[in-house]
Design a protein around this ligand. Structure first.
Ligand code: NAD
Length: 298
């Protein structure tokens, strides 16, 4: 018998993930701050709830897919939050990207109420969410991980147990360091080429066939070279992730000079009005610094 699932946060990632759970045969109750995504999923067979508390009452497992730590805290600990409606068999799976420290604190608060909680952030982007092929990195109790496995398999492909509470978010922070720096590298390569008169298509083709090849460049390079920045992953969320990375680095005494620079460049992008663009729009910051556009060679 499939467990009844609650789903909170139906944005770029959450909506297709909830849809894949419906497709896998789960009964899903959804809640989101804005209504249109809720209505869409109700038409496809989901039930709607008016609060996280109501979701908890109607579910055995609840997934949260929200922007940042304070949003997850509100959904879990708020007056009408999940713990206010939780039965003792409830398992909360937070798949948002939040700080490892916040993930640990929330799991501890849940544990005090007898409720299990996993941190299970994802990578693979909107395409992975739609295709059900996300990479999922999980922290928390191992029995809870085993219980959640069939649910993870309905939305993801590479599913890795990383360790105790917070370990999934730590791995996600590492992932986001690498992704930010791949975008910085792609942006600088494209701008250098364009300034010297070489078209972006040539740069992408040549780099894609050698040691500089990256998934970031393969997947987003063609859109970047056309200045198409429809999200995807919003720049303001990557800026949030870099804040988490720098806080975590400070906490553990890791020195990350390149991530610190990426943090500043993403701040510049968000402050210049690019927060709702895809994070590949980091290119526009490098273009401005060089007073040029990679379109100039076309
Ligand atoms: P999004 O902004 O598209 O969606 C967030 C959704 O949450 C929105 O529908 C919003 O209405 C809802 N919401 C916000 N606060 C709420 C609250 N307090 N209660 C209920 N609903 C609330 O964001 P997204 O791109 O879907 O990202 C969600 C999380 O996944 C973030 O932590 C992000 O960093 C992470 N993530 C995103 C991607 C990606 O490619 N988009 C990839 C990996 C991880």
């Amino acid at each position: 018998m499939l467990e009844r699932i609650g789903f909170i946060g139906l944005g770029i990632m959450g909506k297709p993930m909830a849809r894949n759970l419906l497709k896998a045969g789960y009964s899903v109750t959804v809640y989101n701050r804005s209504r249109p995504a809720v209505d869409e999923l109700v038409e496809e067979g989901a039930a709607a709830a008016e609060s996280p508390q109501e979701i908890a009452k109607n579910s055995e497992v609840v997934i949260t897919m929200l922007p940042d730590g304070p949003d997850v805290e509100e959904a879990v600990l708020g007056l009408d939050g999940l713990l206010a409606g939780a039965n003792r068999w409830l398992l909360i799976i937070d798949m948002s990207t939040i700080s490892p420290g916040a993930a640990k604190r929330l799991a501890e608060a849940a544990r005090e109420r007898g409720v299990g909680m996993l941190d299970a952030p994802v990578s693979g982007g909107d395409k992975g969410a739609i295709a059900g092929t996300l990479s999922i990195m999980v922290g928390g109790n191992e029995d809870d991980f085993k219980r959640a496995m069939p649910i993870f398999e309905a939305v993801g492909k590479t599913i890795t147990y990383c360790g105790s509470s917070g370990a999934g978010q730590t791995v996600k922070a590492c992932n986001q360091v690498a992704v930010a720096l791949h975008y910085a590298a792609a942006s600088e390569a494209l701008v250098l080429g364009a300034k010297a008169g070489v078209a972006p298509e040539v740069i992408l083709k040549v780099l894609g066939g050698g040691l500089a090849q990256s998934r970031v460049m393969d997947m987003r390079g063609p859109a970047m070279s056309q200045h198409q920045f429809t999200p995807g992953f919003k720049a303001r969320l990557h800026s949030k992730d870099l804040r988490i990375i720098m806080e975590t680095a400070r906490e553990y005494g890791a020195t990350l000079p390149f991530a610190a620079l990426a943090d500043q460049l993403y701040t510049a992008l968000v402050q210049n009005g690019g927060g709702e663009l895809d994070h590949s729009a980091l290119l526009t910051v490098i273009e401005k610094l060089s007073n040029g556009s990679i379109g100039d060679t076309q």
